[in-house]
Design a protein around this ligand. Structure first.
Ligand code: ADQ
Length: 218
């Protein structure tokens, strides 16, 4: 997964996923400019396996995280990253199971599909509970992520997960104990996103507060 080589960087002239825009406007009569991107909204799911009492997260190589961590050099007119200096593991993240809303389906249906594709659990829709939704990237994208909680059992495991091979996805399923999850929230050596930390805090506040509580009791 982190065997990353031959990294070169080019301009992004057109994309199915991001549309860079320069916005011109007046605020209180003053001319302003802002650079932003139109991107898809998303779903993310904090998954708890109640049979084994552990979190189910995912790990994958994220090119955006990798280039944020590594220095871009120019060699023979080509922008590149020296993977000996900056090995691929710098781009590995720990994340919630997630996906983009790029089809005409409800966010909870997309969440159900992502749980199956990425983590291998076939979860009934009624086990997928909305926590909230929030804006990400306020300076750059402003997109909404719909956050869900899904309680799964070993009996719902129908496949290995790992993402869609047809889309070239390479995803590791990471099981983490309750206490490992608690430590991870403040472990800066772990490449993780705000939403993962918020979701785990929510879990401790809503599900695992005084004693373990099942989602049906919410
Ligand atoms: N920018 C991009 N460039 C090239 N190919 C891309 C791409 N974004 C998606 N894809 C392609 O689309 C496929 C499907 O993506 P997913 O729906 O699984 O979203 P992902 O888990 O990447 O997270 C996404 O959705 C979550 C939830 O919103 C966000 O947190 C996360 O940043 C976002 O990538 C990817 O495997 C990839 O092939």
């Amino acid at each position: 997964m982190d065997n990353i080589t031959d990294v070169t960087i080019g301009p992004c002239e057109s994309s199915r996923f991001i549309k860079p825009k320069r916005i011109y406007y007046k605020q209180n009569g003053v001319d302003k400019i802002w650079d932003a991107m139109k991107v898809h909204d998303g779903v993310a799911i904090i998954i708890f396996n109640s049979t084994r009492e552990n979190f189910v997260f995912v790990r994958q190589f994220r090119p955006a995280i990798y280039i944020a961590t590594a220095a871009i050099e120019e060699r023979d007119g080509v922008q590149m990253i020296d993977t000996k200096k900056y090995p691929g593991h710098l781009g590995l993240t720990l994340e919630l199971c997630a996906g983009i809303v790029d089809k005409e389906k409800s966010p909870s249906t997309i969440a159900k599909e992502e749980i199956l594709e990425e983590c291998g659990y076939d979860v009934p829709l009624e086990n997928i509970i909305k926590i909230t939704s929030a804006r990400g990237g306020v300076g750059t994208t402003g997109s909404i992520v719909h956050l869900f909680y899904a309680e799964v059992t070993d009996a719902m495991k129908t496949g290995p997960g790992g993402g869609l091979a047809s889309e070239g996805e390479l995803i590791d399923v990471v099981e983490m104990s309750i206490e490992e999850g608690r430590t991870m929230m403040f472990d800066e050596s772990c490449n993780r996103a705000h939403l993962l930390i918020f979701a785990v805090l929510w879990f401790f506040d809503s599900i695992w507060k005084d004693k373990p509580k099942h989602a049906s009791a919410l």
